[in-house]
Design a protein around this ligand. Structure first.
Ligand SMILES: Cc1cc2nc3c(=O)[nH]c(=O)nc-3n(C[C@H](O)[C@H](O)[C@H](O)COP(=O)(O)OP(=O)(O)OC[C@H]3O[C@@H](n4cnc5c(N)ncnc54)[C@H](O)[C@@H]3O)c2cc1C
Ligand code: FES
Length: 316
């Protein structure tokens, strides 16, 4: 991890500007703007738990106060987190930035095992090691090309609250996305796993829930919902896709996009060891003919977690 001098710049002005997403006309095969390399702005700090609130059936909103407020973090970048009072496993766990209220860092945590439970049950004041921001984040969500459709599955919703906010506000000097230019399809097994749905609805973009059991919104998955909305003429056929969710969902979204020649970016939730490119614990098979080149694997933590659909051979 490189330690930046002075006050680190969290928003990656140079790499993202170089990605030139503003030029929508250049989006033909081979020159699709790339997801840029992450900026070297990670730091390690000891934060304190400010609050933990239950969210949905098995989640929690965990708000942490770092010793120094960070500049705005790009949506879909992540932090490695570990409670420092012996409750967490030794290896920190990765979490997408969810929100940044008043300089704090907020995470939406689904309880899976010991690491996530430690965070979801943390008392106010508990010390938490925070390493980040890490990874690249979503590409520039601009308002100049095809509309954006965001596909979230379960806890894969975590990088979308900020994505919608940043898209509507304007990113990297590009035109802001108008509210009708972004549609968020949020799928889950059941209504209680549509985490923080009201908050994301309040952002102003179109939000359509879907559940496998039909307990809220459309009955079915988000791709079926997308096809339904397109068949009804509510969403155009040419869209740009972002997706985050379980691996089978991401594989299906990838196939959907490649079959139709749609621009598509996937945020992968690989298991991670270090989060900073050292342990080789997060390989993602790359497409030899794709923009990442012939090297067989990319590191999810450094070259991801966001990948162009055509750059990777699988999402696992
Ligand atoms: C870039 C990135 C961002 C993430 N953002 C979030 C987030 O915002 N909120 C959130 O709740 N989670 C997020 N995750 C997933 C989270 O890191 C894991 O759920 C967590 O590491 C599990 O740790 P644990 O100790 O609780 O469970 P463990 O004891 O390590 O695992 C418990 C069970 O969950 C399974 N598991 C663990 N991790 C995953 C995974 N990534 N995918 C599928 N199954 C898994 C294990 O195989 C095991 O069966 C993210 C992961 C990545 C890579
Ligand atoms: S998690 Fe260690 S190299 Fe990616």
């Amino acid at each position: 991890m490189r330690r930046p001098r002075g006050r680190p710049q969290v928003e990656p002005a140079v790499p993202f500007a170089a990605a030139s997403f503003a030029d929508g006309r250049a989006r033909t095969r081979g020159i699709l703007p790339r997801v840029p390399a992450p900026p070297p702005d990670a730091r390690s700090a000891l934060a304190a738990v400010v609050s933990v609130e239950p969210c949905g059936d098995d989640g929690a909103l965990v708000r942490l106060r770092p010793p120094e407020a960070l500049p705005p973090v790009r949506a879909s970048r992540f932090f490695m987190l570990r409670r420092e009072d012996g409750t967490s496993p030794l290896i920190p766990r990765p979490f997408s930035i969810y929100r940044q209220p008043d300089g704090d860092l907020e995470f939406l945590v689904k309880v899976m095992g010991r690491g996530t439970r430690a965070l979801a049950e943390a008392p106010v004041g508990a010390p938490v090691r925070v390493i980040g921001p890490l990874g690249n984040g979503w590409p520039t969500l601009d308002g100049e090309g095809d509309p954006w459709v965001l596909l979230g599955g379960g806890i894969g919703c975590a990088p979308f609250y900020l994505a919608i906010r940043q898209a509507l506000a304007g990113m990297d000097g590009a035109a802001p996305v108008p509210p009708e230019g972004v549609t968020y399809l949020f799928g889950a097994a059941t209504a209680g796993l549509l985490y923080d749905l009201d908050a994301v609805r309040a952002l102003g973009a179109r939000v359509e829930p879907a559940t496998d059991d039909g307990s809220a919104g459309f009955r079915g998955n988000v791709l079926q919902l997308l096809e339904r909305l397109q068949a009804e003429g509510q969403v155009p056929r040419r869209v740009r896709l972002l997706a985050c969710g379980p691996e089978p969902m991401l594989e299906a979204v990838r196939d959907h996009a490649l079959d139709r020649g749609l621009d598509c970016w996937l945020s992968l939730e690989s298991l991670m060891g270090c989060g900073v490119g050292i342990c080789n614990g997060c390989p993602v098979p790359t497409e030899p003919e794709g923009p990442l080149g012939a090297w067989p694997n990319a590191k999810c933590c450094v070259e991801g977690p966001v990948f162009e659909a055509r750059a990777i051979a699988s999402c696992g």
